[in-house]
Write a protein that binds this ligand. Structure first.
Ligand SMILES: Cc1cc2nc3c(=O)[nH]c(=O)nc-3n(C[C@H](O)[C@H](O)[C@H](O)COP(=O)(O)O)c2cc1C
Length: 191
């Protein structure tokens, strides 16, 4: 089985595109089979995530700071519909890195807010969250996903700063990939 699970929610496909970029960069660094094929959460089941010790999870932000999902204004089902399926599941021993898509120009007060909803959800479910980045370099007034001057995951903006995306992924993977691979190599926790 692949070592790192890659799951995303999306409405218009940008977060899927970025998942593919991340998977491609992991393949270029570590070869085939280290990152799983990215999966849209609207096609996933809880067990699909639970088999992994390491996960990369991506989300855009919709509806002024909310997770994507039909009640928050998206056409497609996404994290909003999927998270209830994970209610009560234990992610202890799982290491998770988040990435988020947003638009800092139109939503400078809610840029990438939805990453924080995933951070809280999976943190409360026992997961260890890794992979924050410095918030410098973004024109953001306020974001729920910034703690002490850092985004709690990889923030990306395909509207205003799409030319920076590949380099941002690259720098982020330098830090996060060893942490994800490390947890895959550890012995399974005993119950
Ligand atoms: C109705 C609507 C609301 C949005 N709200 C936010 C927001 O609150 N914060 C933000 O950073 N981006 C917001 N965005 C921008 C999207 O997050 C951004 O376009 C993202 O790349 C979409 O990802 P997707 O193509 O994977 O669905 C919004 C976009 C739309 C269309």
């Amino acid at each position: 089985m692949s070592q790192i699970g890659l799951f995303f929610g999306t409405d218009s496909g940008t977060t899927r595109l970025v998942a593919k970029k991340i998977a491609k960069q992991i393949k270029a660094r570590l070869g085939d089979g280290v990152a799983a094929k990215p999966v849209n959460v609207n096609r996933a089941r809880a067990d699909d995530l639970l088999v992994y010790r390491a996960l990369i999870l991506g989300t855009p932000t919709y509806g002024n700071g909310l997770l994507p999902g039909r009640d928050n204004g998206t056409e497609e089902a996404a994290w909003l519909e999927f998270l209830p399926e994970l209610a009560g599941k234990d992610f202890t021993g799982t290491r998770i890195a988040l990435y988020g898509l947003g638009d800092q120009e139109t939503y400078p007060k809610h840029f990438c807010d939805a990453m924080m909803a995933l951070y809280r959800f999976f943190g409360e479910a026992g997961a260890e969250l890794v992979g924050g980045i410095d918030a410098g370099g973004f024109e953001v007034t306020r974001s729920k996903a910034i703690v002490d001057g850092r985004f709690i995951g990889l923030a990306l903006d395909q509207h205003l700063q799409h030319t920076l995306t590949d380099a941002r992924i690259d720098t982020w993977l330098d830090e996060v990939l060893p942490l994800l691979v490390e947890v895959c190599d550890e012995p399974a926790p005993t119950a």
